[in-house]
Write a protein that binds this ligand. Structure first.
Ligand code: NAG
Ligand code: NAG
Ligand code: NAG
Ligand code: NAG
Ligand code: NAG
Length: 509
């Protein structure tokens, strides 16, 4: 269950390259499942697959069996329907697996102290489903209807090292779905998250102390798809599907609250369907001068079908404009090869950067955007205080001090290389906020999508290998050409679906 990320090529190109997993340090558990052979089955500890008996105490007792085992052990929840009414905290296990082959449903009247299942300070852990049925159903819609204050996150990892989480469904949390706090050498993949159509229901929140690899994750919701929080470094996130979601994000980062530290983040092959944004970096002003950073990161191969915002950087997020005395410094960021459509290219064009007046963005590369607008006849790119290359960024003369400025680029023919995106099979309208969200339907994308992408993607933990980004960057040709005379595409004809997440949906307000 282990793969190597050591890439000598990366070392050779090191000075010009960033956004990598740690060279030579693997992610995931350090021993195979076969070594975790003591089986601690919840059914032997009071668990009953009747959908009515609280499985919380049985999980806690089975975990005691795991920690008592001399060699590796597996906490096993067999196929079946279970109820959980009390939250569990599984602390300090090592050399173990959590094989969730059943469906655990949260009791709407349960007592969780904020989390249904917490795994803390684990090392060498693999949490997974072997039969494709491992799931946690939060029934958040019942909580929303009843107005109950129950607000359990479904699954949370804290201070774990050398672990993986894979092949699980996390459905309809009353709040966030999957959280990694202070992760080290972590891999998460083949995760399907479906949440309600409202804010506050984040898909996956990440704080990565070092070396985290997220891939093949699908999120349907109306808040963040995957959100990287501070501090985080050495993160690779790829092959992500954000369906009707908030989209990808970094933040929120508050300059008034000490330094944020985020670097060596690499996101690529991010697909968004009718999201609020493709990627947002959101910070609040405060402090004095540069307070912390987001730097040395790459965001490439983003694709959108009718997104509200595309690249959206806001250093005065949520109308926080004071005290305008300092900001998180954003520098050495590459945004490359973004394709697809925004909804309204005039008010929310493919690039909208509202950078700090006090600490302008520096060394920003904007290249190969091939995007167009669904509803308007042109796109407007807006940069406030962005130094670097491409589109609305301004080059900073050598030795010059960056000062505040605004720049707008209006493009009236389709952007170079634009092709109209087609609606993906995984993106269709459906969920609201007060109806049950299905666990197993539609099937997880892994299989169909993963097979189609076999050439570039990772399917199973036994055959994985993170591919180098070094060559991509080293050979990428910078293109700052803003427009072309390519054939006009009537953008308004490409919309084929609407639904609750469609144009005019609540998030476009
Ligand atoms: C600017 O960013 C590029 C990557 O686009 C990096 O190679 C270079 O070292 C950065 N320059 C400075 C002065 O940090
Ligand atoms: C988790 O890690 C953070 C950062 O290293 C540390 O501040 C915190 O005390 C740790 N918590 C636990 C429960 O080990
Ligand atoms: C994590 O795995 C690495 C080997 O990849 C090992 O050196 C390190 O000690 C492990 N950390 C813990 C906390 O077990
Ligand atoms: C641009 O990204 C798309 C995925 O959105 C990918 O299919 C394509 O190969 C990328 N193009 C380049 C030149 O890397
Ligand atoms: C995408 O989201 C819609 C809800 O808006 C849902 O009906 C559809 O099943 C989702 N697709 C997947 C693969 O979950």
């Amino acid at each position: 269950m282990r793969f190597q990320t050591a890439l000598s090529l990366v070392a050779a190109l090191a000075p010009a390259v960033f956004g990598q997993l740690l060279e030579g340090t693997a992610v995931g558990p350090t021993t195979a499942l076969s070594a975790k052979s003591t089986i601690c089955n919840v059914l032997d500890y009071g668990g009953v697959a009747d959908g009515a008996t609280d499985i919380g105490p049985a999980i806690t007792k089975a975990f005691a069996c795991v920690t008592a085992a001399k060699n590796g052990a597996t906490l096993y929840v067999p196929e079946g329907n279970y109820l959980i009414s009390t939250g569990v905290v599984l602390n300090a296990g090592s050399n173990w697996a959590f094989q969730l082959d059943g469906l655990i449903t949260l009791d709407v009247a349960g007592s969780f102290s904020g989390n249904a299942i917490v795994i803390k300070r684990a090392t060498n852990l693999e949490m997974y489903s072997s039969n494709g049925k491992g799931a946690i159903q939060g029934n958040g819609y019942q909580v929303r209807i009843s107005g109950s204050s129950q607000n359990a996150r479904l699954l949370r990892f804290m201070n774990c090292t050398n672990y993986s989480v894979h092949d699980l469904f996390l459905i309809d949390s009353p709040t966030f779905h999957l959280i990694h706090n202070n992760a080290v050498n972590m891999e998460t993949y083949h995760i399907t998250i479906r949440g309600g159509n409202k804010g506050g229901l984040d898909g996956l929140d990440l704080i990565c102390d070092s070396n985290c690899y997220l891939h093949h994750i699908e999120v349907t919701n109306r808040d963040e798809c995957i959100s990287v929080k501070t501090p985080s470094k050495n993160v690779l996130i790829e092959d992500i599907y954000c369906n009707q979601s908030g989209g990808m994000s970094i933040g929120s980062l508050d300059a008034g609250n000490g330094g944020s530290e985020i670097e060596y983040i690499h996101m690529r092959r991010i697909n968004v369907y009718q999201c609020t944004q493709m990627l947002m970096i959101k910070t609040w002003p405060g402090g004095t001068g540069a307070v912390g950073y987001v730097r040395n990161s790459i965001f490439e191969d983003f694709w959108a079908y009718d997104t509200t915002y595309a690249l959206d950087i806001d250093q005065y997020w949520y109308s926080h404009t004071t005290p305008n005395t300092g900001a998180i410094a954003l520098s050495n960021l590459v945004f490359s090869n973004w394709t697809g459509t925004v909804d309204n290219g005039i008010s929310r064009g493919p690039i909208v950067i509202r950078g700090s007046d006090v600490v302008p963005l520096t060394n920003i590369t904007l290249e190969d955007f091939s995007m167009w607008t669904v509803n308007k006849d042109r796109v407007v790119l807006q940069c406030n205080n962005v130094y670097g290359t491409g589109y609305c960024a301004r080059e900073l003369a050598s030795g010059a001090t960056p000062t505040a400025f605004s720049s707008t680029v209006t493009i009236t023919t389709t952007m170079s290389g634009f092709t109209s995106p087609t609606s993906p099979a995984w993106g269709v309208a459906g969920y609201g906020t007060t109806q049950s969200i299905p666990v197993y339907t539609p099937a997880a994308l892994w299989g169909s999508v993963a097979a189609a992408e076999a050439a570039t993607s990772i399917k199973t933990s036994t055959s994985t290998k993170a591919t180098s980004t070094a060559t991509t960057l080293a050979t990428k040709k910078t293109s700052t050409t803003a427009s072309s005379a390519s054939a006009t595409i009537t953008a308004t004809t490409i919309r084929t679906r609407g639904g609750p997440g469609g144009r005019g949906g609540p998030w476009r307000a």
